[in-house]
Design a binder for this molecule. Structure first.
Ligand code: SIN
Length: 239
């Protein structure tokens, strides 16, 4: 189904209940952003210059949550170590088919519009396991979370696996490759230098990487990309 005039596409079984024209990027008529294996809300983004816009309206229209008592949230980046929202319960968890990458620009937290930092998003990788932290939260917590993740992240439901082997559906925020703030891959040395010199309203970009690496170590997560970047950033800070 496609919501007319909105640039949205929704897969069968997703929870979009009404057609919405959010007024975001109304002139955009480009290809849709798809995450093929995950049966999720799909939105399209315009040219990368439209940094004034954000994903709050898209997320709130795509998955209204008010009818639920509580919702699982899967955190894989700063949501693991910076818990600035009320929680009902927390448990380590993993999701399948995704890998963490420092490929998303941060213009609002760990960098500025003029000098963006780099933060993590998830990239599809069949068979990969991404470890993180799951939180059971009240639906109204998403007002805060949607604001925090507004720079390109779309949330959708995906299966979570808990250590004892049981499963639940949970929301995860992913910034896809055609969102306006996506920076994509770069050599490790270049990413480390960009991170080492970036600062934003939420603090230094180096602190983001080092805190994430520490939190992942505590979880026993295997993530060479994050650990290597953290080592390089640490080295740069010492010199
Ligand atoms: C997350 O932590 O799950 C999303 C990315 C971030 O906020 O760092």
């Amino acid at each position: 189904m496609e919501a007319p005039g909105s640039g949205w596409s929704v897969r069968p079984g997703s929870s979009l209940t009404s057609s919405v024209n959010c007024g975001l990027w109304p002139s955009f008529r480009g290809p849709l952003f798809t995450i093929p294996q995950h049966g999720i809300i799909i939105a399209s983004f315009p040219a990368r210059t439209a940094m004034a816009n954000n994903t709050i309206d898209i997320n709130q229209a795509a998955h209204p949550l008010d009818h639920l008592d509580s919702v699982w949230l899967f955190g894989y980046g700063s949501l693991i170590y910076k818990v600035d929202f009320p929680i009902l319960e927390r448990q380590p968890a993993s999701i399948r088919g995704w890998e963490r990458r420092f490929w998303q620009g941060s213009h609002d937290h760990r960098g500025t519009p003029e000098a963006p930092g780099r933060v993590v998003t998830l990239i599809e990788s069949p068979g990969a396991i991404c470890q993180g932290m799951a939180y059971r939260v009240s639906p109204n917590t998403f007002a805060h979370l949607d604001h925090r993740e507004k720079n390109g992240y779309l949330r959708f439901f995906t299966p979570l696996t808990f250590p004892e082997g049981h499963h639940a559906e949970g929301l995860v925020y992913v910034a896809g490759p055609d969102n306006p703030a996506f920076l994509g891959p770069a050599p490790m040395a270049d990413m480390a230098e960009q991170i080492a010199r970036s600062h934003g309203p939420s603090g230094s970009n180096a602190d983001y990487v080092l805190s994430l690496a520490e939190a992942l170590e505590e979880l026993g997560a295997d993530d060479r990309h994050v650990y290597e970047l953290a080592e390089r950033v640490d080295e740069l800070l010492k010199n």
